[in-house]
Unconditional design. Structure first.
Length: 220
């Protein structure tokens, strides 16, 4: 009587095990509406309040201003040039009587409609610009318009406002208002601030950082 080859037995066993795993994987994989729902969930988080200078201006500068910005030499379309760098331009009625941006109503804003357009001959930015507005950028634009499409002056023309230092638990640790902001973040992340450094050692470190040399004996 011939014995069953061990190698053949092992190969057969591995084959059945792999088939069983494939079936399990296939059974647990999402399909239909579940798969669509999983793939449609955004992988980004939008800010609660969208700022023009922080969130929208960079998008416009990268994808729109070459044809719709302050430079009149490259502005399009030639028949009715469009600017997006100021509300008095973006909110003004166009030839069809509608503004490009309608504050509070992204669905009716032709800018959003053109970005979502499927026809490449109509879509903005056009294919020849080699620029693309990503889904998270589109979501930012829509939320910005929902919140009123508030334009802001360039940061250089905005007067700084004095901020009130945040309340902290270890108020005696903060020696100046800046320390309060630092400590607030430390406490928020449940860290413990270091002990106050010895002035002599701190001065020595500063000397090395600023001059590359140790301080003189007289200085310390």
């Amino acid at each position: 009587m011939k014995s069953f080859p061990f190698s053949l037995l092992l190969a057969t066993t591995l084959f059945f095990v792999s088939c069983q795993k494939t079936k399990e994987t296939t059974a647990t994989a999402p399909s239909g509406s579940a798969a669509i729902e999983a793939s449609s969930k955004p992988a980004y988080v939008l800010p609660e309040v969208v700022s023009f200078n922080e969130h929208i201006q960079p998008i416009f500068a990268d994808t729109c201003y070459h044809c719709h910005g302050p430079d009149s030499g490259t502005r399009e379309p030639k028949k009715e040039p469009l600017r997006l760098d100021g509300e008095k331009y973006a909110f003004a009625p166009r030839e069809d009587g509608k503004p490009v941006i309608k504050p509070g109503d992204p669905a009716s804003s032709s800018m959003i409609q053109l970005i979502k357009e499927k026809d490449p001959d109509i879509r903005m930015p056009p294919p020849e610009a080699h620029k693309e507005i990503r889904p998270e950028q589109l979501a930012l634009l829509e939320r910005w318009i929902e919140q009123g499409a508030k334009y802001e002056e360039h940061w250089a023309f905005i007067a700084p406002k004095k901020s009130t230092p945040p309340a902290v638990k270890q108020a005696d640790w903060a020696k100046n208002p800046i320390d309060s902001f630092v400590l607030a973040k430390i406490e928020e992340n449940k860290f413990t601030p270091n002990e106050v450094e010895n002035p002599r050692r701190l001065y020595r470190r500063l000397s090395f950082d600023l001059t590359g040399l140790p301080p003189s004996k007289e200085a310390v």
